[in-house]
Each structure stands twice: as structure tokens, then as C-alpha cells.
Write a protein that binds this ligand. Structure first.
Ligand code: GLN
Length: 537
């Protein structure tokens, strides 16, 4: 039987953070725009079951899928590039693999056998790679292996891929290795030796890469490419240059110029389908490179030293900026630094203020000050998850006179628990995977900022929280001018809060940033940027 789903594996060598996720997403985009069905999977070699319990400083943002998986931020790139939702299956961790194998062992499924890394762990890895392709009947699955080749923890993944390639047979899989070609300014030379060593490590593990993608600051000469090809046993055309660019969204276009997609199509013996249709993509990149105007928006959060902690928000602003033909200049503001005396100076030149999601007490008072500044000065305001909760606390304290109002997440016995633990969360003791996660429906009231953005009443948005607006206070808020305008139809949980008398003041309990893509910028981000552009004109 001919192999229906074809597999591409992507590894990295020499250094971490070379952009395997972007290369994988770019290749997927090119294949998709030729008409192949494709998805991307990330294998993460850490022992956490998922990144949900990781501090964002460790690993950047935790991305949430529609079906409620807490995943690696690379899945965000996959969705933003492909405009197709990912799922639980798209992110596998060592923790998940071991969890499955150990529970099977406890169940007695191994019938007295000694349970070992090979074959049991590697079999579970292979099962999860294949499941994605067969379940969704895809033409191509691109599997990205996290970490750097040579790391102890990625060895079982490399071995699983080696076996899988052998099982799939020739022409059914391709292996891409991404490395760095450093430029030594002292000698004025690009160096290929680290790439050669990295490929050697792969060869020691039984894998001959088919394609090498070389990350570089300077253009690679034909000679250099030929040298790498010769020493690493790959075709000269399969040595691909990935030069630094201003925006990640240019990478698919660069990879097309380098023929990465046609090389992979050839290696996989895929039926030819014509050239990639990239008109919309090209248009988007052109706007990014030639914006008609600029607008300065502040992102107030507590992880601002690591912008990856807010990856999806940062990217949503790029999409929404392009939709408004402008460039959003994002100013990252540490909420811990905001005080009563400096808030006007620190936020004074912003045309819009976004207060970020987050957990725990640190930085919360600064976020509340930022909300107050936006509310009192009519500056367009967007609060996401904890950002909305801060808006509620601020309004309670400064408009409703409940000076000690708080979320019970911050002060358990506050006299005014305007944000409180959700009923379903009470009694939960395990921290991992137990929040309200994934997509839930919401009804949006007409004649509101939110309705004007969505143009519809029935929406679905993704969530990641334990606390909610306390409906006991609903009437008081509404009377004083902060209105709940979006509700979950099943639980009556408040999903959107607005101040109708304000220029543009929207707080949402959900995370719109997870579903903004290049081809479908999120409507709330688009309208928030529009309000910022019009502010004080
Ligand atoms: N910590 C808040 C909660 O759990 C907000 C979560 C968030 O911003 N994602 O409800």
C-alpha cells in the first residue's frame, strides 16, 4: 500500500534558538499554499507534562489550543502561519510520553516485560508522530524536535525518528537539520565547521539529513554551499540559506526563493500541485515593510524583560497593525515600576494601553494604576484575562468606593471579592492542566465595542484562568458605568466588560491573542489599534 501521509523531521544543531519553529512553519505555509494538507508537531524533550506549570521566564508564553491543551509557544507560530487550529496532538513532551508508558505498565499492559527506553519509550514517540497524520488524513506532517542535537534528553526522539524513517521506507520522509554558520568578524569569514560537527552527531545516531538549512548573518557563497554539501553528504541544492530578516513573516518567501518546498516535495515523492499561491501573504509582508503610519501602544505586564512571555500578544499587534496599514510600536512596561507619582510620565505618550494576562500578586498594583490612568484619561484600553480582572478591581476601588476591593487570588479574605475563584475550581489541588482551558462560547451584546469588532453575537474564544467576575456585584457595576457585555451562555460567566462612556475600554476574560493569524487578524486587536490611531487626533 502506498504511504499516504509523508513525514518531515526538523532538528537543530550548533546553537539553540535558531528558529526551527519558524522554518517548520514556513515550509508548512509553502506546502499548504500549493494545496497540500499539512500540520506541524512539536516534540519537547523536557519532563514537565506540559508547559502550563512553567514560569514564563523559563520557556516564554504558554500557548493554548482550542481543545484546551497548554502547549509550547511554537504552536502559536504554526497557527499564525497556517491559519488552521492545532490540537493536543500537536505538542508532545517527554513528560507525556513517560506518563503514558508508566500508566500502561501499572495497568499491566506490558505483560511482564522489562519496560525500557528502547523499545517502549521510542514506540510511544513513534505512535504519537504517526497518530497526527493518520487521524487527520494529512498529506504531510512536519515534526520539529525541540532542543539541540547532542542533548542527552533528545536522544530517544532522534532514535524514534531513525526507526520511523526506516519503517516508512525511502521517499516517504525527509530530514531537515538547521544549523548556524557563524561569521567571525576578526577574520571576516563564515565558518562551516560547527555544521559539519553537528551533522556528524546526527550520523553517529544513524541519521543522514536530507536538507541543511544554514542560519547566517551574511550571504553564503556557492563555494561554501558546495563545501557543506560535500562534507555533510547532501545534494548541493539541498543546502539552504536562511539569512537574518527583519520579520519572521518574510521567511516563507525566502524559503521559497531557496526552493526549500520544491526540494522537500521531490524528496517526499509528492504529486506535483503547482506553484504556491502567496498573494495575500506577499501583500501582508509588503504592508509590514512599508507602513503608512505608526502608533505607540503600551503593554503593561510583569514578564516584560522576556518579550517571548507575551509572544501571541506581540504577534497579534503585528497582524492588527497591518490590517490598519500601520506599525504598532509596542512599548513593554514593567508593571512593578509603576507608581502613583510616575504613571503619567511613563504612560503619557501612549495612544493605547494593554494590560497583560498573568498570575499571582507581583506587579498587580502597577497594572491597576495603568488601568486607572487609561480610564481617567480616555486612553484606549484593552485588558486581557488578568488585565480585565485588574480593570474590574480598579473600577470597584475608585468608582464604587470599595477601597479594599481585590481578587481573592491576591487577598483571600478581601471584603469586596469582585474577582473570585470559579465554582468549578474550588477543591482543585493539582496545578497542572486544571484551569478553565480552551474554547468556550460567548454571547456578545449588540451596540457595544465588542459587537462592532466581531460583527456578530455568537463567538468562541480560548481561555486559561481560575478566577472570574463575581456576579454578586453585577448590578452595582452596571449602574456605575462598567457593563458586562459578553456572557458564557451556559454558566453566565462574564466574558467581556466595557465602559460605554469611554473612548474604547474593553476587558476580556478570554485570550484573543491565541487566535489572531496573518490571514485573520483578531477583530478586537484590529479595533483597539484603530482606536489608538484615532486617539487625540
Ligand atoms: N490569574 C488569573 C486567573 O487565574 C488570570 C489568568 C490569566 O491572566 N491568564 O483567573
Amino acid at each position: 500500500m502506498p504511504q499516504s501521509t509523508k513525514y518531515v523531521f526538523v532538528t537543530g544543531g550548533v546553537a539553540s534558538s535558531l528558529g526551527k519553529g519558524i522554518i517548520s512553519a514556513s515550509l508548512a505555509k509553502l506546502l499548504q499554499s500549493r494545496g497540500y494538507s499539512v500540520t506541524i508537531q512539536k516534540l519537547d524533550p523536557y519532563i514537565n507534562v506540559d508547559p502550563g506549570t512553567l514560569n514564563p521566564y523559563e520557556h516564554g508564553e504558554c500557548y493554548v489550543t482550542e481543545d484546551g491543551a497548554e502547549t509550547d509557544l511554537d504552536l502559536g507560530h504554526y497557527e499564525r502561519f497556517l491559519n488552521v487550529p492545532t490540537s493536543q496532538l500537536n505538542n508532545v513532551t517527554t513528560g507525556k510520553i513517560y506518563q503514558t508508558v508508566i500508566s500502561k505498565e501499572r495497568h499491566g499492559d506490558y505483560l511482564g516485560k522489562t519496560v525500557q527506553v528502547i523499545p517502549h519509550i521510542t514506540d510511544e514517540i513513534k505512535r504519537r508522530i504517526k497518530l497526527l497524520g493518520t487521524k487527520n488524513k494529512l498529506d504531510v506532517v512536519i515534526t520539529e524536535i525541540g532542543g539541540t542535537v547532542g542533548d542527552i534528553e533528545s536522544l530517544p526522539y532522534i532514535e524514534a525518528v531513525r526507526q520511523l524513517r526506516w519503517e516508512l521506507g525511502a521517499g516517504n520522509s525527509a530530514f531537515i537539520h538547521l544549523t548556524l554558520v557563524p561569521f567571525l568578524s576578526a577574520s571576516g569569514e563564515l565558518k562551516t565547521k560547527p555544521t559539519q560537527h553537528s551533522v556528524k552527531v546526527l550520523l553517529e545516531n544513524g541519521i543522514q539529513p536530507d536538507v541543511l538549512v544554514l542560519r547566517t548573518e551574511k550571504t553564503l557563497s556557492q563555494d561554501l554551499r558546495r563545501k557543506v554539501a560535500l562534507f555533510c553528504n547532501v545534494e548541493a541544492e539541498a543546502v539552504v540559506e536562511s539569512i537574518d530578516v527583519k520579520t519572521i513573516y518574510e521567511v516563507p518567501l525566502l524559503m521559497q526563493k531557496e526552493n526549500l518546498d520544491s526540494t522537500i516535495i521531490r524528496k517526499l515523492n509528492l504529486e506535483p500541485k503547482g506553484e504556491p499561491k502567496l498573494e495575500d501573504w506577499n501583500k501582508f509582508v509588503n504592508i509590514l515593510k512599508n507602513p503608512k503610519s505608526r502608533v505607540k501602544i503600551g503593554l503593561v505586564g510583569k514578564y516584560v524583560e522576556l518579550p517571548d512571555a507575551y509572544k501571541s500578544i506581540v504577534e497579534s499587534f503585528i497582524h492588527a497593525g497591518a490590517a490598519n496599514e500601520c506599525k504598532v510600536e509596542l512599548s513593554l512596561i514593567q508593571s512593578e515600576d509603576l507608581t502613583n507619582t510616575n504613571v503619567a510620565e511613563k504612560l503619557g505618550d501612549l495612544k493605547g494601553i494593554l494590560v497583560a494576562p498573568g498570575f499571582g500578586h507581583r506587579g498587580i498594583e502597577g497594572k491597576i494604576l495603568a488601568v486607572k490612568y487609561a480610564r481617567e484619561n480616555n486612553v484606549p484600553f484593552f485588558g486581557i484575562c488578568l488585565g480585565m480582572q485588574c480593570a474590574v478591581i480598579e473600577f470597584a476601588r475608585n468608582v464604587l468606593g470599595m477601597t479594599e476591593a481585590n481578587s481573592t487570588e491576591m487577598v483571600r479574605n478581601t471584603p469586596y471579592p469582585v474577582i473570585d475563584l470559579m465554582e468549578a475550581q474550588k477543591g482543585i489541588t493539582d496545578m497542572g492542566g486544571t484551569m478553565r482551558l480552551g474554547a468556550y462560547p460567548c454571547n456578545v451584546k449588540k451596540s457595544t465595542k465588542a459587537f462592532a469588532a466581531y460583527h456578530k453575537a455568537d463567538i468562541q474564544e480560548r481561555h486559561r484562568h481560575r478566577y472570574e467576575f463575581n456576579n454578586l456585584f453585577l448590578e452595582q457595576f452596571e449602574k456605575a458605568g462598567m457593563t458586562p457585555v459578553g456572557f458564557n451562555p451556559d454558566t453566565n460567566l462574564v466574558e467581556i466588560m466595557e465602559i460605554p462612556s469611554h473612548n474604547w475600554f474593553v476587558g476580556v476574560q478570554f485570550h484573543p491573542e491565541y487566535s489572531s493569524t496573518v490571514l485573520k487578524p483578531h477583530p478586537l486587536f484590529v479595533d483597539f489599534v484603530k482606536a489608538a490611531l484615532n486617539f487625540n487626533k
